[in-house]
Design a protein around this ligand. Structure first.
Ligand code: 5GP
Ligand code: ZN
Length: 111
């Protein structure tokens, strides 16, 4: 059994409020939402962070990027959304399984 929390969520071993999944990605609600909509988009394969990407992952990353606006639309974010990828301790990453934060809704603070 993996000791990675997000691998375990992807495998269904740890419960999460999933809104979408397919053979490549799993999308679920952040347990501590920072906005009205706050989703986490993860690849099923374990990748620690952006710093671990290899050329082989280009298609997967492109797939995740193209999925984002569809997920946002399904959440009612017609006006737009924000994406954040924290990388490494210095970037505020806490869970070391690559994830894209998709946030949106009224009152999103400036960045
Ligand atoms: P990071 O700082 O690594 O970019 O973000 C990790 C995110 O994972 C945080 O926003 C945190 O709230 C979320 N998170 C941590 N543990 C869990 C969990 O068990 N379930 C869900 N759904 N989200 C989690
Ligand atoms: Zn993992």
């Amino acid at each position: 059994m993996s000791d990675c929390l997000f691998c375990r969520i992807a495998a269904g071993e740890v419960p999460a409020d999933k809104v979408y999944e397919d053979e490549r990605v799993v999308v679920f609600k952040d347990i501590n939402p920072k906005a009205k909509v706050h989703l986490l988009v993860i690849p099923r394969i374990h990748l620690e962070s952006l710093a671990d990407l290899e050329p082989d992952h280009d298609k997967l990353m492109g797939y995740m990027m193209r999925l984002l606006p569809k997920l946002a639309r399904d959440q009612g974010l017609e006006q737009g959304f924000r994406t954040i990828i924290n990388t490494g301790k210095g970037g505020g990453q806490v869970i070391f399984h690559l994830h894209i934060h998709l946030v949106g809704g009224p009152g999103l603070p400036g960045f």
